[in-house]
Design a protein around this ligand. Sequence first.
Ligand code: SAM
Length: 234
Amino acid sequence: VRGSVVRCDGLIGQAEGSWTDSSEAERFRVFRASYAEIATSLERPAEPIFAKDAGAIMVFADIRAGDRVVEVGVGAGAMTIALLRAIGPNGTLTSYERRADFAAVARHNVQRFQGETPNWTLEVRDAGEGLNQTEVDRIVVDVPVPSEVLGPAAISLRPGGTLAVYLPTILQVAELHLALSRAQAYACVETREILDRSWHVDERSVRPDHRMVAHTGFLTFARRTAEPADAALG
Ligand SMILES: C[S@@+](CC[C@H](N)C(=O)[O-])C[C@H]1O[C@@H](n2cnc3c(N)ncnc32)[C@H](O)[C@@H]1O
């Protein structure tokens, strides 16, 4: 029954997957929310990176526990939460967001779903002015004009480090490739798109769901070369 109330006090100490009754005697099994569920329910001042793209970014950018990571463009902090989960307590994440109001929402979301995060720093300023971190393993960028941060990212990334850029339209991707191809700081540039189709499985009715998310964004990856930063941007 929609609008019925589940008493959260009654859930404390229960094993995940236990049943609970609502005020209207409707029964629910209760599980801790996964990243995929969190990302779709966050307060959202800007479009977040959802699970299908966040997962691919983790794998293709090879983001690992203990990595030193920089994020540019925080918005709601959805990707921030995914990155904090991936790097674990021994990794560090510095996130740049130029809008103070968005940064406040991200802080709230991260605190709510990740709790205390002493290994996370949020810098409220334009990343185009420069990144404070050096010898960074991975940089994840989700801003409309990523070419503005290619220079700072080249200074910040260690040789062999990975740049991952999320962009919603293909003209932005074309511009990014042009900028990357002019810069000796980057090599191994590739773009991919992730299509994710859920299935309806009910006894003998087994088929793809009628609806799917047709488009979110394109993922572009590049590796930092060994060129010194001052000579590496074309
Ligand atoms: C699409 S949102 C990022 C969403 C985020 N990846 C998530 O999963 O919730 C893009 C954000 O980048 C910020 N932004 C744009 N250009 C920036 C820049 N040069 N430096 C720092 N932040 C920037 C915008 O204010 C906006 O909040």
